[in-house]
Ligand binder design. Structure first.
Ligand code: ACM
Ligand code: ZN
Length: 558
């Protein structure tokens, strides 16, 4: 017969284990390998500590590790309600952050070894190990997501349970590394402007999903958002349009000025660059040229083939008015802009646009035709290549490479241009065959300005199209028909969010989530590891975190 006291004790233990919160390793993106022993667990409680192992080689690394520890501290508080202290070289601490040196370093099959990490759980606790602070950051993000409560458990209940019983981690060795080195996400802040605070909130989302490149579309026909100190009138006047067409270019206007004062100062952009860098996100700024320039032409009409006047464009679509590339002032203008762009953005890549630039004005413009004659060019498309080559050289002197949309193939690529393939895979295939690097963003799988649900009646107005989350998930960024060598030129994929019809931060989030989660598995997982059904279950849980963080997201998916 069991004694009464031991019966009560075992009942209590049973109840405790019922309410013990378990870290779940099935996160988004799913780690490459998880070897878990579910019979043994390590329990993390508020009495534990995070320790930074004493291995930092220099101040920068030491600071990066301090930040990593601070992020983990913040996430443990947010996701588990645990306020855990940060220590240094304390071997007894339950969580260890350790940089690996020499032979210890992780040798994963990845083009991005700085992102690789390993999480080990055993009786000593939880170790996050990586070759670089960036890898540790990825591990920290993963632990954060492992702590999210199970579907059906409220955060309140989750925190209560953890306060009494801690969080249980199965013993495990988890290894992870991304499939692609380039993992991008784009946002258009030209058609509609988004505050610096919101831009940071968007960068937080990218970091949470292991995305490391933020493609920031800063200028377009309908608005110019980049301050150029040497031309103070530019952003001031070009950021504002008098009115905006209603709906899909219905011909009626809202008679409401938009965008007064809506541009980013250098100080604001530098602050965002720093914020992003601390989260291992590089910002690729885009100045779209020679088309998509009507806002700038409004301020400097002499840079257009007809001389204007031009209004900051109140409609959507492709404008015939583009920069006059026969006018030497145009290159001077662009170099002034790009020079300041380089001052603000340390990115190794600068995006110079190049999409949707009609050549009708160039065909009739004496200056443009004169330039063609002078250079011995046969087709107007080659004029665009002439500009791209000039700018590629200009930027190369500043240590930068150019990225251009796939139209830049039409007049011949400049020698080191990276191609962003958007009208399909074809541009990317052609570029890779020419030994140019490629970023894959085909509309078919990557345009998240399209509707995400088939039934559009209860959806906010979108540009059109239909891109369900399952289709994003199904994307294969490396097309067939390339040799093994050519495949190496595919740097990685990204989703694009154009904002003609996306007016508010809530709407940006709604269009982005959860398709961003699907894209991050395309970016991280090997093709054979992808499984949409399993992913959907992992996403169910991640959505608890979206909800807690107050991100708007589409709650149904197709
Ligand atoms: C684009 O979507 N016009 C690049
Ligand atoms: Zn011209």
């Amino acid at each position: 017969m069991m004694k009464k006291s031991s019966l009560i004790l075992s009942l209590l233990l049973c109840a405790a284990s019922l309410f013990a919160q378990k870290a779940d390793y099935n996160i988004v993106p799913l780690p490459r390998s998880i070897e878990a022993d579910t019979t043994k667990t390590f329990t993390l409680t508020a009495d534990d500590a995070i320790s930074i192992a004493a291995t930092a080689a220099d101040t920068e690394t030491a600071q990066a590790m301090e930040r990593n520890a601070a992020f983990l501290h913040e996430y443990l508080l947010e996701e588990a309600g645990l306020d855990i202290s940060i220590r240094h070289a304390d071997k007894k601490a339950g969580i260890q952050l350790r940089l690996l040196k020499g032979k210890e370093q992780i040798k994963a099959d990845t083009p991005s070894p700085q992102d690789a990490y390993r999480i080990t759980v055993n009786k000593r606790g939880i170790e996050l190990a990586a070759n670089t602070p960036e890898g540790i950051f990825r591990a920290v993000q993963s632990v954060r997501k492992m702590l999210v409560p199970a579907v059906g458990t409220s955060y309140n209940q989750h925190f209560k349970n953890i306060a009494t019983n801690g969080v249980k981690f199965d013993y495990a060795v988890i290894n992870d590394a991304p499939r692609f080195a380039y993992r991008g996400q784009h946002l258009d802040c030209a058609r509609h402007f988004f505050s610096t605070d919101f831009t940071k909130r968007y960068i937080d989302l990218l970091a949470m999903h292991g995305i490391n490149q933020f493609h920031w579309h800063l200028t377009d026909d309908q608005g110019w958002r980049f301050e150029v100190k040497s031309m103070p009138e530019l952003a001031k006047k070009a950021c504002r349009r008098e009115q905006t067409v209603i709906g899909h270019n219905c011909g009626i206007y809202d008679a409401t000025p938009y965008g007064e004062g809506c541009y980013y100062t250098h100080e604001e952009m530098r602050d965002i660059v720093k914020y992003a860098a601390e989260r291992y996100v590089n910002i690729i700024p885009e100045i779209d040229l020679p088309g998509h320039m009507v806002a700038a032409l409004h301020v400097y009409p002499e840079l257009g083939c007809t001389g204007g006047p031009y209004q900051v464009w109140p409609i959507w679509g492709v404008a015939d008015d583009v920069l006059c590339v026969g006018n030497p002032k145009t290159l001077d203008f662009l170099k002034k802009v790009l020079s300041e762009l380089c001052d603000v953005f340390p990115s190794p890549y600068i995006h110079i646009g190049g999409d949707e630039s009609p050549r009708v004005r160039w065909k009739k413009c004496p200056k443009c035709q004169g330039k063609m004659k002078e250079l011995g060019l046969k087709r107007e498309a080659e004029l665009q290549t002439y500009v791209n080559k000039e700018l590629e050289n200009f930027l190369a002197q500043r240590g930068r490479s150019i990225i251009g949309w796939d139209e830049t193939l039409e007049g011949g690529l400049s020698p080191n241009a990276i191609v962003m393939s958007w009208r399909g895979y074809e541009g990317g295939i052609a570029a890779a065959k020419q030994k140019h690097h490629v970023i894959m963003t085909p509309t078919s799988h990557c345009y998240i300005d399209y509707y995400q649900l088939k039934n559009t009646h209860d959806q906010p107005l979108a540009i059109g199209g239909y891109l369900p989350m399952s289709k994003v998930y199904s994307m294969e960024p490396v097309p067939s028909g390339l040799t093994k060598e050519e495949e190496q030129y595919i740097m990685g994929p990204q989703c694009n969010l154009w904002t003609e019809y996306v007016l508010s931060p809530d709407h940006v989030e709604y269009m982005t989530l959860p398709r961003l989660a699907a894209m991050c598995e395309v970016q991280w997982l090997l093709p054979e590891a992808k499984d949409f059904e399993q992913f959907s279950k992992r996403l169910d849980r991640l959505q608890q975190a979206y909800r807690r963080l107050n991100y708007k997201f589409c709650r149904r998916w197709e």
